[in-house]
Ligand binder design. Structure first.
Ligand code: FPP
Length: 283
């Protein structure tokens, strides 16, 4: 309960939503595709960059709310490898905004015991951005609270390629000719090694795509798409996403305990499992 009480400075709408949330079933890892900054600005006849500024404000509110709820990890998709195709002025602005964010927010992040991690290919980032990231990661390295993971120059396929190359390197250097790669090996070589897989992926602004985001890690995640544009995504919208998440039944490809018990097919399932195991024993 404590996790939610810290949000009790909530307004009426948030309080009504909070009552519908079970604190014990919060997701450990929330990953967000923040989309719609440009459209938000366009609707207000503002330049796109004004949407990105408003997006930073929304990010700040969501980071704080997740930290207060003691979410283990929050991953924000801030800049994809595909985003380099945007006009140079917009890319430059986003890089400046990110540096400004890191500089301004680092003391607050640190004070709140949040650990900042950046995932993606750092080599193509401007030196100044890389330096700021390194400083932020080092400063917060020993913090034990929420992990704030910022995906920057990130692409999930590139992450998998990097993981496979690192595995191949290890095999070469350790002279392991019959090294067995399993799912855990792949997970351990991703940028997200050591983090729990996301339980919930939120995408704002209505697009039904995963956009090369954490493809391996979201295998069993619940996906929540909202029409709300990112700059309008606030605490109340986050709570709505959590309510929806808790309504869903996560079965990981199996049958739910209740569903299977009620079902007349339960014995059939058991019989099938028993026959499969007899078959395995024979063959
Ligand atoms: C999508 O809007 C957003 C981005 C390209 C990422 C930039 C995100 C921020 C500035 C939020 C702040 C994040 C942190 C971690 C400080 P879009 O431009 O794709 O919108 P559109 O689809 O409406 O054009």
């Amino acid at each position: 309960m404590k996790a939610l009480e810290s949000l009790k400075s909530a307004n009426r709408e948030e309080e009504r939503l909070l009552e519908q949330i079970e604190p014990k079933r919060l997701p450990a890892h929330i990953a967000i595709i923040m989309d719609g900054n440009g459209r938000w600005a366009q609707r207000r006849h503002l330049p796109r960059v004004a949407g990105h500024r408003a997006g930073v404000k929304a990010a700040r509110e969501i980071i704080e709310a997740c930290a207060r709820m003691k979410i283990t990890a929050l991953t924000l998709y801030a800049f994809s490898m595909e985003n380099w195709r945007r006009p140079k002025t917009e890319v430059d602005f986003l890089m400046r905004l990110l540096r400004e964010y890191l500089r301004k927010e680092l003391p607050i992040i640190h004070k709140n015991n949040i650990r900042l991690l950046v995932i993606g290919r750092p080599d193509q980032l401007p030196d100044a951005v890389s330096r700021d990231i390194e400083r932020a990661e080092q400063t917060t390295a020993r913090n034990t609270g929420m992990k704030l993971v910022v995906a920057l120059n990130y692409g999930a396929r590139a992450e998998l390629v990097d993981a496979f190359n690192r595995i191949v390197d290890r095999i070469r250097h350790n002279g392991l000719s019959s090294y067995q790669v399993d799912e855990q090996t792949v997970s351990d070589h991703l940028y997200t090694a050591g983090l729990p897989d996301p339980d919930l992926v939120i995408r704002t602004s209505g697009e039904m795509r995963v956009s090369n985001f954490l493809l391996w890690q979201i295998a069993y995640a619940e996906i929540y798409v909202t029409e709300t544009l990112w700059p309008d995504f606030n605490r109340a919208r986050l709570l709505e996403a959590l309510i929806e998440y808790q309504k869903r039944e996560r079965r990981y490809g199996g049958l739910s305990a209740g569903g299977a018990a009620e079902s007349a097919d339960k014995e059939e399932v058991e019989e099938l499992a028993a026959s499969a195991s007899r078959h395995r024993a024979r063959g």
